[in-house]
Every structure is written in C-alpha cells, then in structure tokens.
Design a protein. Structure first.
Length: 714
C-alpha cells in the first residue's frame, strides 16, 4: 500500500517490538513465505519451476504464431487461478481494515469471571482487530455515514474469544429475526442497486419509521459518531449483553467497552463527503500509517457488570440491545488495555479471511438471553461457510494458538492431518475425550428456564423513545446541530413524501425543535407539538465531547504547512520541528514538488521539496494548516487553490496557524468579521485561528495546542 506519510517525511523505521511477536505471529510464520527472498523462482502450484509465464505455448511456424495449445499447464493454471480469485464479500461489513495487537490486563476481574484473559494480569494476549463499515461493498469509501464495525479476536490460552462489536453502543433492532429486513432496507435498493454505502434513500427511512425500536440507534447514526476522524479515535462496544461466571458459580451480566486514549473525534459532514471521493482509503491508510510510524493506537478496555439478582432493577430491559446501561447507573470498570502494533502481511489471507463469531467464547464468559445475541450466535458461524468453506476455522488467521482437536475431520479443503484410527467419541482407546472442568472444559451456566414457547418480546422492550431522548438531550449544542443537518441531508435524498413526512413526525417523539428544523429543511409539514413528552434527562458520557483527553494531544495529527518561494524559514522550520517533537505529522505543501526557496535563499540553494503540491492534495486530508510569514504570502494570495485551502480548512472548523504577513492572508481569505487577528507580537486565538503578527516561539506552541481538534469549541 502506498503510504501517505512516506514522501518527504522522516518516516520512523518500522521496528517490531518483541511484544508484538507474540504467539499468533509465531503461529502465522509457519504459513508465511517471503516474496522478496532473492532465491525465489516462479513455480507452478505443484512446485515445478516455470521457465516462461509471459507467452502461452503455441503451435508456430518460424516466427509466425499459430493457435494456442491447451497443453500449456503453466498458462492454464495461471488463468484458472485468476478466474477463481474472488470469494463472496461479507454480506454486511464488507469493507474493512485490520491490525494485530496485544491485550494486557492491569486489574484482575476474578470477582466476576474465571476467564484467564480477564483474570491473569501477567498475560499478554495477541489480538486481531478488524474495523469496517456496514453497508458498502468492499470497494466503497471509508468516510461514508455509517456504523463502524469493531471486531476483536483474542487468541487466548483457552481458545479464541471474539467480541464482534461496533463503534455505537446500541443496535437498530431487538430480535435477530429482523436483521435481514433492516439490512435489505439499508443496502442499495433492489431494482437498480442504488445508492452505494448510503442510508440516504427511501427504503432505509421507510424501515426506520415502521420500526420504532430503531429510533435510538438511528439518532446515533445521524450524530458525529457515524463519521469518525479515524478508526483510532472511536470507541468500541460489544453492544450485546454477555455474562461472566466466577469461581463460586455466580453470574453477572456484562457489557464490554473499548475507549480510545486519543479521544473520540469526528469529521464534519462536508469533509467526509469530499474525502469519500478524494481519498476513499482515508481510514485504512490512517490506521496503517500510524502503526508503521510506531504511533500505536490504544484503547482502555472496560466492563459494566450487573449481578444476576439485579437483572430487573432497571426501567429498561438489560437484555435489550437497543439500550445503553447509562454509566451513572452502571459505571465502567476499566481493567485492561488493547494496543494495535503490527500491520497485516497480506490483506486477503488475514483481513479478508478473518472470521468472527459471537459464539466464540472461552470458559468464564457466556451468553445472555438477549434475543439479538442468540440469533447472531447462529448467523456468524453460518455465513463463514458461504464465504470461506466449512473448514474456515483452520485458516491460519482463524485458528487458535492453544492446542485444538476434535473428531470433526473431513470437509472441503481440510488440510490438517489428524493421525489415528478413530474419529468418534467414545472409542475403544479412550483417546480424544472431552475435557473435565478441572482441565478447563467449557461449562454452560445452569440457568433455570421455565415457560411457554411463544414468539414475543419482554414488556420493557416496548419503550423505544426514552433512550433516544436521553441520547439527544446529552449532546453538546454543536453535536445537536450536526444531527439536524444529517437528518436534513438524509431525508432530502428521499423523494417519497410519505417517507420524509412520517419520519419528521417521528422526530417529534424525540425533540420538537429538531423535528421542526428537519421538517422545514426537507419540505414536510412542520409538527406543532411533541409526540412523546421529553423527560429532559441527560447522561454526559453519551456525548463524544466527554471523551476529549484531559491533556489534548496533537500526536498523529496531520498538519499542512503552506509555502511558496519566499517563505519565512524561521517560522517554517520552527513550527515543523515543534510539530514533529510533539508527535504530529507535518507535511509541506507548495506550488510544486520541485524545491521551493526560503526568503533570502538563492535559487541555486537546496530549498525545501514539498511533500505535495496544492493541486495534488486537499485541505480535507489534514487536521490543521499553518502558514509561515514571508514574501511568499503575495504569491499565495494570487493562487486560487492556496486560498481555497485556507477557506475550506476554516469552513471545516480546523485549527489554522499563521505568522507575520500570513495573518493578513488568512484574514482576507476567510473574510470573517467575528474572528480577531493578531496585529502585534501577541498571540491571538479566535475560533481556532491562531495568529501572531511577529514570528515568535509562543505562536508555535499555541498552534500546536489548537490542533487538538477545532470541533471541540465550535
Ligand atoms: Fe453482525 C458481520 C457487528 C448484529 C450477522 N457484524 C459483522 C461484523 C461486525 C458486526 C463488526 C464484521 C465482522 C468482521 O470484521 O468480519 N452485528 C454487529 C453488531 C451487531 C450485529 C455489533 C449487533 C449488536 N449481525 C447482527 C445480527 C446478525 C448479524 C443480528 C444476524 C442475525 N454480522 C452478521 C453476519 C456477518 C456480520 C451476516 C457478515 C460477515 C460475518 O458475519 O462474518 O453474519
């Protein structure tokens, strides 16, 4: 993959720490070949060296070619393998990116579970984490408005444990039987396969109206959560309610949480739309580059637990996947940390062939009666058979690192050889028996079940608006404004009046002002009164501003430094060095990639070779821009594309830094009466535009501080 941070940057050498060479990487090495080995020669799949793979064997006379011969096993094999290269893409979450990493526990949860991975603090458990979008095909864009998948495979000493989660803590539906309907409604419409990777169409919103249970989740998808800045800056949630069982046999209900140490940050919608075209691989490159640069993304791992005896103490059903467990009621206990520290070696055999299953649990961890989870436990296992074949668990990325055996031996593409004369249990030799409890055998919790066989949902499942209101009430004003714009965008793309009218009516069950704003925008009758009264309760942790790190960091943020011939070298080199020292990624952007010269520098001087030119990149792909002062400013003023960089960055709420002559450039480009600009030595920060008329070290520091994410203060 071409690295977007490579050119012009002193790229940090990719050195693998010994921690990353864990049990799983060692296991995969058994199946890895190095294509770059100079001793390699092309062979057929059956190992015979090929002397020519460029010309099909032909019947020829002299230098005149005749018909091609079927006899050519090299040619036939090459085309045959090509013809069968593709496998079915995932029916959902088709587009993804993944990385290896390590999970470390810093506090044992032995009071609630016996699982080694959650009790043994001396362990370092290898993980593989795949991020994804849900609705788009494999070739769709990264920055679409969508839920993001957050699927983690823990290769534990007791077998694989998968948390197949999302970056949003709730789900659209309560019962797995509805999954095909919601996905069909969200995917491209069946008659013309339009639109790709979008929920902005009639069918999706028709479904949302007809299923009140989706209200909470669709409010999340219309918030900034659905357009993350980076996979590294979003939360992960197990969503479903699982269970933990401790040594005493006591059971707790549990929800799993991953909280990113970089905070939770998003794009703005216009930016996301543009990036989808300008760099459809934006998120996967961001993840790849951060790991290559040694800036390993980290998440704190936490659990919310509820003892079995308190299952019914809440006014919502704790087994309902459309509900959060508000942190005020059930605090998160952070007990571990997950770090991603190694990129995959190959996309297909690792990121594409990895297969997650909610039913992959290890002793000490179990299921609840959450009806969404129960259905998922069937679906994941089943889908892998279509995608990968019946022996999918044997694939290198999927197999466990602990010993595994059973008497299921055959099936298509089985390659493991099990030696021995019996393939059943019990057998006359007594070999291959099930494990006892002492040997670590998985024991189901003896849950008492009594009841009638019926198709129903429990009573509390019918409250569909309380938490949708709770979520919306908890958002910061700018987050609410973004929800209004998002809904207005989505419903603008629905041309059936029934769809957008009914949906705006539904919004009145959440917030009247929101419903009115959206109705006005999309041309629906404006609701005059709230459908369901708002309870006005809030839960602060539902706003993503809650996760802003206490110490804002600029680490891994992309900063564009705009230059033309005649830039102020003191400001340029000073800011660049300060940014690098703070872990940011500075990029020089100029009118050309050939050298650009500093003020006072002779044209024959070495100059600075920009990483990109103004036409080659866009402001959307950076978190912030800085413009040093100097005579170059006059040239930038005459460059429409450079001015667009400044205006667009401001429009996308990005931090902008300028010194000296560049202050006036920013002022004129943005034409903003409300923004103050420095006219002296003093550093002025107004709306994220940080200016200092004179070049002075404080301005570098301030610029860096501001790049923490301008969205925090708009
Ligand atoms: Fe699912 C894939 C997350 C409900 C059926 N799902 C899939 C992936 C993620 C999720 C992250 C991609 C895994 C990967 O990277 O390979 N799904 C969720 C969450 C859900 C959820 C958080 C609600 C709590 N899913 C859900 C239901 C069903 C499915 C209710 C079916 C009854 N999901 C699937 C699937 C997929 C899948 C069809 C497609 C590819 C795969 O499983 O491996 O089986």
């Amino acid at each position: 993959m071409t690295s977007i941070i490579s050119s012009g940057l002193e790229k940090v050498q990719h050195t693998m720490s010994s921690a990353t060479e864990g049990a799983k990487i060692a296991d995969l090495k058994k199946d890895t070949i190095d294509v770059h080995d100079p001793n390699n020669r092309i062979t057929t799949d059956f190992g015979v060296k090929s002397s020519n793979t460029d010309d099909w064997l032909k019947a020829s006379s002299g230098d005149k070619t005749g018909p091609m011969l079927l006899e050519d096993f090299v040619g036939r094999e090459k085309i045959h393998r090509f013809d069968h290269e593709r496998i079915p893409e995932r029916v959902v979450h088709a587009r993804g990116a993944a990385a290896f990493g390590t999970f470390k526990l810093y506090e044992s949860a032995e009071d609630v579970t016996t699982a080694g991975v959650l009790t043994d603090t001396s362990r370092s458990t290898p993980v593989f984490l795949r991020f994804s979008t849900v609705l788009g095909s494999r070739g769709s864009a990264d920055t679409v408005r969508d839920v993001r998948g957050f699927a983690v495979k823990f290769y534990t000493d007791e077998g694989n444990w998968d948390i197949v989660g999302n970056n949003i803590p709730v789900f659209f539906i309560q019962d797995a039987i509805k999954f095909p309907d919601i996905i069909h409604a969200g995917k491209p419409e069946p008659h013309n396969e339009v639109p790709q990777a979008q929920t902005a169409h009639n069918n999706f919103w028709d479904f949302q109206f007809l299923h009140t249970e989706t209200t909470h989740m669709f409010m999340w998808t219309q918030s900034d959560r659905a357009i993350p800045r980076s996979y590294r800056m979003m939360q992960g949630f197990g969503v479903n309610t699982f269970t933990l069982t401790n040594k005493k046999g006591e059971r707790h209900f549990v929800k799993f949480h991953f909280t990113p140490t970089l905070g939770v940050h998003s794009l703005v919608w216009d930016e996301a739309l543009k990036i989808a075209g300008q760099d459809p691989d934006f998120h996967r490159k961001d993840l790849w580059d951060a790991i290559e640069a040694g800036a390993y993304p980290k998440w704190r791992f936490g659990i919310q637990t509820i003892p079995e005896s308190k299952e019914h103490d809440f006014d919502f059903d704790i087994l309902d996947a459309t509900k959060v467990w508000p942190e005020e009621l059930v605090p998160i206990r952070y007990i571990g940390e997950l770090e991603l520290n190694r990129n995959p070696d190959e996309y297909f055999t690792q990121t594409e062939q990895v297969a997650f299953c909610t039913s992959h649990v290890v002793p000490g961890i179990g299921f609840s009666d959450d009806p969404l989870l129960q259905g998922r436990n069937f679906s994941y296992f089943d889908t892998q058979i279509t995608r990968l074949g019946v022996n999918w668990e044997e694939l290198p990325i999927n197999r466990p690192v602990c010993p595994y055996m059973n008497h299921q031996r055959d099936g298509a593409m089985r390659h493991r050889i099990s030696k021995g004369t019996v393939n059943y249990w019990p057998n006359r030799f007594g070999v291959g028996p099930p494990a006892t409890k002492e040997e670590g055998g998985y024991l189901e919790y003896p849950e008492k079940i009594a009841g009638l066989k019926q198709r129903l949902r429990s009573k509390k499942f019918s409250d569909h608006y309380s938490q949708a209101q709770l979520f919306y009430n908890s958002l910061a004003p700018h987050e609410k404004a973004h929800v209004l714009s998002a809904l207005s965008f989505e419903l603008d793309h629905c041309d059936d009046p029934v769809v957008y009218t009914r949906l705006t009516e539904r919004l009145a069950d959440i917030d009247l002002e929101l419903a009115q704003g959206v109705a006005e925008a999309v041309g629906a009758p404006v609701p005059q009164k709230a459908g369901t009264p708002n309870h006005n309760k809030k839960s602060p942790s539902l706003s993503q501003t809650y996760y802003n790190p206490k110490e804002p960091t600029i680490a891994t943020r992309r900063v564009a430094i705009l230059v033309a011939d005649g830039f102020d070298p003191v400001a340029y080199y000073g800011v660049k060095a300060a940014l690098t020292a703070a872990g940011a990624l500075p990029f020089t952007i100029g009118p050309r990639r050939l050298p650009v010269h500093a003020q006072g520098e002779d044209k024959s001087g070495k100059g600075v070779s920009p990483d990109h030119h103004f036409e080659g990149m866009r402001s959307t792909l950076f978190d912030s821009i800085f413009i040093p002062g100097g005579a170059h400013v006059e040239k930038l003023r005459k460059n429409g594309r450079a001015l667009h960089w400044v205006r667009e960055a401001f429009g996308h709420l990005k931090a902008i830094g300028a010194t000296g002559e560049a202050v006036a450039l920013v002022r004129d480009a943005c034409q903003l009466p409300g923004v103050q600009f420095s006219s002296s030595n003093e550093v002025v920060d107004s709306y994220g535009v940080v200016t200092a008329a004179a070049t002075h070290p404080q301005s570098f520091k301030e610029t860096i501080k501001m790049v923490k994410g301008a969205k925090d203060f708009i």
